[in-house]
Ligand binder design. Structure first.
Ligand code: PLP
Length: 406
């Protein structure tokens, strides 16, 4: 395979070499079922508990049974929401946002069809949560608030500390769940600090250089909740199913690696993202950064390229070995406009021309320079084929500015 420039790290990341190394013994030699009674199986149990303590330390979690391992963020989200609803049948109101990942949105929509009331709080044109609407949505019978930390499409960061505090000051019994899939290991998350009012947190290993197929869920002690996967006694009776020992070990290793160089990595990624962003804006006319002006995670750039289709850009990028995305990983490939960009009231034509680049600590400056070389050429080529661009090009500039380019 030719060398690729991988800038789709919000969809998934490569498995770090050190992570791979840490996992291999759990298939080669130490493959035992952690629930078995013989001595060798004890090593698997120890490995799981060590991994739990590494991740707990990063998140400031005090008790081992507050962190359970799952198969992915989707499972963690489903466990948190369905499990809470099932254990609290009298309270039937959820507050969430219109820009959540489908893992949250689709669960909420399904519950809405089953008689649970759901309030979907909107965002402004920068993708920031409408705080007034959020406060207004909270009720005395609200059971659960579900808000993501970082938006997977735009990288916009929601002020979780502030939102969770508002919730607890409004009604301490309301539970606060946060989908931290895009922020885990990238932004500070401490349940004894900035996330002290957050009751449940979901995350997924494959977003931070662990393999696909392992995730986690923090559940504060004392939260009433039914298990989602019912079976054996694993995970303190909170999640049945034989533990995926190797992947759990790998996820803990990935957390350790991320913690080691966190500040330096973030600074470098931020520099590269900003270089990509300003480079594209300088070289390509009629490009708008989605989420500009809002607080954004350093690794994500979502841009609307007017007068052409995002899918066309992706194919052309792919032809030169550049991997990017035209929306959420799960919705790219469908022609549905992104629900996130739609909620931000980005014009329809701009939504269709939107492309997301997401970087990782393995992204190099050379790769960014390569994208900056290829991207303007691709846009020019596609615009030559675009009837909208033809119209625009033939008009004097001041007329062009009337076209709604937000
Ligand atoms: N939540 C967010 C914000 C995501 O970005 C994703 C994946 O893209 C998920 C949940 C689902 O993660 P997983 O694929 O691990 O189930």
């Amino acid at each position: 395979m030719n060398k690729i420039v991988y800038l789709d790290n919000n969809a998934t990341t490569s498995v770090a070499e050190e992570v791979l190394e840490s996992m291999l013994p759990f298939w080669r030699d130490n493959y035992f079922n952690p629930s078995s009674m013989y001595e060798s199986a004890g090593l698997s149990r120890v490995a799981i508990e060590h991994s739990r303590s590494v991740i707990s330390e990063m998140l400031g979690i005090e008790f081992a049974d507050e962190l359970i391992f799952t198969s992915c963020a989707t499972e963690s989200v489903n466990t948190a929401i369905f499990g809470t609803i099932a254990a609290n049948p009298r309270r039937r109101h959820i507050v969430t946002t219109s820009v959540e990942h489908p893992a949250v949105l689709e669960v909420c929509k399904l519950l809405a069809g089953d008689g649970v009331e759901v309030s979907f709080v909107g965002v402004n044109e920068r993708g920031e949560l409408n705080i007034g609407e959020f406060v207004h949505a909270l009720r005395s019978d609200t059971l659960l608030v579900a808000v993501m930390h970082v938006n997977n499409e735009t990288g916009v960061v929601f002020p979780i500390e502030r939102l969770a505090r508002i919730v607890k000051e409004t009604e301490p019994s309301i539970l606060f769940f946060c989908d931290a899939t895009q922020s885990m290991t990238k932004l500070p998350i401490r349940v004894d600090g900035n996330f002290r009012d957050v009751d449940m947190i979901a995350f997924s290993g494959h977003k931070f250089h662990a393999p696909k197929g392992v995730g986690g869920l923090y559940i504060r002690r004392g939260i009433r909740r039914r298990p989602f996967l019912i079976g054996g006694h694993q995970e303190f009776g909170r999640r049945g199913g034989t533990e995926n020992v190797g992947f759990i070990v790998g996820m803990a290793k990935a957390v350790e690696l991320a913690a080691k160089n966190h500040d330096k990595d973030n600074e470098r990624i931020n520099y590269l993202r900003n270089k990509l962003e300003s480079g594209i804006v300088e070289r390509v006319p009629y490009v708008v950064v989605n989420g500009a002006g809002a607080e954004r995670i350093p690794n994500t750039l979502n841009i609307a390229v007017h007068f052409i289709e995002g899918e066309g850009i992706l194919y052309q990028l792919s032809d030169v070995g550049i991997c990017a995305s035209s929306g959420s990983a799960c919705t790219s490939g469908s022609l549905e406009p992104s629900h996130v960009l739609t909620s931000m009231k980005i014009p329809f034509t701009a939504i269709h021309g939107s492309v997301r680049f997401s970087l990782s600590r393995y992204t190099t400056e050379e790769e960014i320079d390569f994208v900056l070389e290829k991207f303007p050429i691709i846009v020019t080529k596609l615009r030559r084929l675009s009837p909208y661009w033809d119209q625009v090009k033939n008009k004097p500039r001041k007329d062009v500015s009337n076209i709604s380019v937000k």
